[in-house]
Design a protein around this ligand. Structure first.
Ligand SMILES: CC(C)(COP(=O)(O)OP(=O)(O)OC[C@H]1O[C@@H](n2cnc3c(N)ncnc32)[C@H](O)[C@@H]1OP(=O)(O)O)[C@@H](O)C(=O)NCCC(=O)NCCS
Length: 120
């Protein structure tokens, strides 16, 4: 049987390397965001990786995700990396829309559109 615990530990940054923020929308928890900002766990040339981003279904398609992403970017200046699963069509469309607007279309689109990099 594979040693899941040590495999997981190897691939997952320690908790103190992560910045977890709840997204609060007019006083109501509407999602969460997880940012990796520890250079020890990031590739060269990357300051921040967006590890997880979630809006609860009730609050989707109201601009909450876009507002939260923009705020997260504004709070952390440097070289950003964002990944999506290739089969997650809503996420691909969301990040393309948000990042192209935020960067005024000045971003790198890698992995057939499933990874974006930009500097802010
Ligand atoms: C993807 C997700 C974060 C979008 O959050 P959201 O708050 O609904 O997004 P917004 O309302 O701010 O959308 C901004 C723009 O992104 C695009 N977009 C967002 N959701 C979309 C969808 N389901 N299909 C197509 N385009 C979408 C649109 O261009 C949208 O602008 P518009 O509503 O004016 O057309 C949300 O659906 C979610 O949490 N999904 C599950 C978790 C997930 O996949 N997270 C991303 C992991 S990388």
């Amino acid at each position: 049987m594979p040693d899941l615990q040590s495999t997981f530990a190897k691939r997952t940054p320690p908790l103190d390397a992560l910045t977890m923020q709840p997204m609060v929308w007019y006083g109501v928890p509407a999602g969460s965001i997880l940012i990796l900002a520890d250079k020890n766990h990031l590739p060269d040339g990357v300051d921040f990786e967006l590890l997880d981003f979630y809006i609860t279904p009730k609050y989707r398609r109201q601009g909450v995700g876009k507002a939260a992403a923009r705020l997260a970017f504004d709070l952390h200046h440097g070289d950003w990396q964002v990944f999506e699963l290739a089969r997650n069509t809503p996420a691909l469309k969301f990040w393309r829309a948000v990042i192209s607007e935020y960067t005024n279309n000045n971003f790198q689109d890698l992995d057939d559109g499933a990874q974006q990099r930009f500097r802010n």
